[in-house]
Design a binder for this molecule. Sequence first.
Ligand code: ME8
Length: 536
Amino acid sequence: MTSQSSQSTYYVTTPIYYVNDKPHIGHCYTTLVADVAARFARFTGRDAFFLTGTDEHAEKVVESAQKNSVTPIQWADQNAAEFEKAFADLNCSNDDFIRTTQPRHTEKVQAYIARMQEKGDVYLGDYVGWFDPSQEEYVTENVAREHDYKSPVTGRDLVKRTERNYFFKLSAYQEQLLAHIEKNPGFIKPEGRRNEVLGRIRDGLQDVPISRAVDENDPASQWGILMPEDPTHRIYVWIDALINYRSAVDTDERRRYWPADVHLIAKDILWFHAVIWPCMLMSLGLELPGCVYAHSYWIREGRKMSKSLGNFVDLPTIDAYCDKFGRDAFRWFLVTQGPMGANDSDFAHSKFVEVYNADLANGMGNAASRVSNMIGKYFDGACPDPQGRTTWDDYDWPALASAAVENALARADEMDLPGALAEGVKLAAQVDGFIHKTEPFKLARDESKLPDVGVILYQCAEALRIASLIMWPAIPDRAAEIWKRFSCDIDPARVSIAELAQWGGLKPGDSIVKGDPLFMRADPKEAAPEPAEASA
Ligand code: ME8
């Protein structure tokens, strides 16, 4: 770490997304997970930097621009704006949005490639191979044969290409990379993905092409960053794209964030991130990221999402869910139910409703409403006095609350964000159980018991305040609404959770307002919300 800050830094990235098409649930998911991770990091007082953006030099961007009768940069501008807006609409707190067509990136890419050349890691050679135009990548002969010379991902035809290319000496780094992965068990997560990568590296690394020759007759070859000192070649889009993680923070103000703590991606692009990128960094003499985390896929109502099925959870669908249930509800569902492990997750409407009702409407929402309702009824909406008590029977509230916070932070640190957020739900459920057991609504019938009722309700409200802090990274709008209703002056950007979660934050006498339901209960019989416009 540099002397710029005494805080520890945290740097999380998402893939930069292709701008040939509009964003969908998959892109939103990875960016939301990164958002929640960044919010947890900031909330623990770390100096966090969260990067997302768009990958614009792909051949398929040129193709779709042509189909839409615009130039590639016009097409990229239009779609990059869609990504930026989609993430902003979902309340993502990214600190920057990088586009690979920006000069701050293109200049750095050329400089890094020049550095790899100086190191002797780049050479000119011939490459013959099977290219998958739908994925912008070559596949090996074995993979091509196995899939009948179709793309293993999209099923589109592979194309045989022979090219005079610049190559990166990936093979030179095989042993160094293996040693790094073996020494750092957390470098590739989850575990299953790490084993996959280790197996493939042990089969042997081959040098990879990093450029394409410029062909007068091929518009796609005229889109991209030129090789340094050689205008007859452009840098292969993947090499250009990976460098975004460095170029965005290679400035005097930001260099302290390097290396990234987590590169968050999905399983489709693991090889580039866990093998090619680390070897490029070794060549550049830069430190490797702490972790490459490859999640699995969202599918929809039990089926893989695809263009041909036309069943993507697209932006109009996402908007429909946000309009009906609130964007926090959508964030909550994605982040708590998403495919962080080895299995894919199903975006099924019935599941959405079940989770929404259990965690939010009947969980936190209902507990907050019961407690503030009773405070309204028995204490005129003024926070009651805990009479110096923090325990009741076998409930030791400060201990319960601090265990929840500690567990949540430990889990967030491990990227177990669903586990972290569940600690908030659990604490809210404990409040519910406590009300059930102590029955303050019955005690309140006897006026002499009102001080006891006050103690109980203070403990409930205070525990809910702390539960809302734990849930805040996923539901920032609704958590802020709870704080407003509970008269709490909370700014997670300014004060750490450790400080805010100290027992005793609520002040007796301050107003506690019930308000409308934080989360309206959803009717499981009602159909899924319909997008306002037909999906593209
Ligand atoms: O691969 N479920 O961009 P891309 C979950 N530009 N996540 C999904 C998903 C799904 N069904 N579909 C996509 C590229 N994603 C390159 C990356 S990085 C230097 C260059 C998410 O637009 C997931 O994060 O195809 C996946 O890795 C990414 O979108 C691929 O986005």
